[in-house]
Design a protein around this ligand. Sequence first.
Ligand SMILES: NC(=O)c1ccc[n+]([C@@H]2O[C@H](COP(=O)([O-])OP(=O)(O)OC[C@H]3O[C@@H](n4cnc5c(N)ncnc54)[C@H](OP(=O)(O)O)[C@@H]3O)[C@@H](O)[C@H]2O)c1
Length: 437
Amino acid sequence: MNDERTINIGLMGLGVVGSGVLRIIREKARVLAKETGRNLHVKRILVREKGKDRGVDVNPAILTSNPDDILDDPTIHIVIELIGGVEPAYAYAKRAIQAGKHLVTGNKDVMAEHGPELLRLAGERNVDVYYEASVGGGIPLIGSFRSDLVANEIHEFYAIINGTTNYILTRMSREGAALPAVLADAQRLGYAEADPTKDVEGIDAAFKLAILTSLAFRTHVDPGAIYREGIMQLEPADFRYAQDLGYVIKLLAVGRQDNGRYQAAVYPALVPQAAPLANVDGVYNAVYVVGDLVGNVMFYGRGAGSEPTASAIVADVIDVAHNIISGVTNRIPYALDAAKTLKPMAEIESRYYFRLWAADRPGVLAKIAAVCGTNHISIASVIQKEADPVDRTAELVFTTHAANERAMRDAVGDIEGLDVVKRVAGFLRIADVGETA
Ligand SMILES: NC(=O)c1ccc[n+]([C@@H]2O[C@H](COP(=O)([O-])OP(=O)(O)OC[C@H]3O[C@@H](n4cnc5c(N)ncnc54)[C@H](OP(=O)(O)O)[C@@H]3O)[C@@H](O)[C@H]2O)c1
């Protein structure tokens, strides 16, 4: 369809999300046509393998494995990129914008690494780039940071933005199970990939955090510079002790502003049981935001899946279609140029939890307390948990008051060097994230 009442779409990718998008766009096109008199029409679809059965009703004549059929077609107004990965998705996205096409994408890798460049280019070419689905699937986050919360200075936010790790941590917490067994189960059920590295090492969360931090603090954030710790070192004992102390363990992506600098880090942390984030379980995602005007807000929902993600993509497409109909672009500019620098992890302040195995005899606690004192670490609590009579060792669990990260690391290093200490078995930050009243 090439008449001026039709808005033509080139869909790149017809996988989990693309097939959901195709189905929903057809339904929503009827509503848009009724409201505006314009038709939304998926003109071409790019795939790798044209003959594959995709479980979705599609005219084989519109399938192509040649990206030029979309990128060089002057009648296509909107490109939806749902290929995934950086290349060739980034090259296609750039070409689409250069050719004067609007871009809707769910690609966190491209937007975290090349988002600022693509957004700048889109401004120059007078086209729109929308990427709501790139973080948190169907949860409205990008639009909220970009426009709904724009009157606020965002002080900080805490996000659970990786469903795979949240599923694993939830099950470890509930069942007392060890990580390898739960991970294997998650792989069997399709919640974790065969190679789970990107999820369990916090890489996926760091990419999403880069996107959110850029928007929240209006500055360019390099995903590679984000401090990151994964979940593989967590043991069932950590979950038991966290619970005894009134916490749960969550993999958090944290963004915080601090005097012209910002913190962006991904790490597993103890979250107070009374905090709303503590109850975000399974594959659900949530972002808890603290703004100067709005106070505390939490966004919660399904962070992945065909329909929730397609919901975000199709909403973006409809927004772009409205912009085309109204003859406007870049209604809400992305200003990611604030001169803010990343605060080194060594300079952050936090409360900490650590546990260790030490000789079960008098005077040991005094030695550990002395090391903490020398490093300016103030111990908040200490509990003796287990004892091994054969080995004559005992397990001690400590929490601290707020301390500097470098000082805490130095203290743990010194404690590990004590002759009475066998090993420091767990080390986690305690997140003072808002609690319910
Ligand atoms: N799945 C989710 O729940 C979810 C949630 C949020 C965001 N996202 C993002 O959405 C995007 C798509 O994810 P998905 O789960 O739908 O992926 P997917 O199921 O793997 O589908 C990818 C699609 O892209 C096509 N494709 C891949 N490489 C291509 C290439 N070089 N040339 C042409 N076509 C190519 C594939 O073609 P064939 O079918 O022929 O192989 C397939 O149709 C990713 O950026 C992902 O991070 C996904």
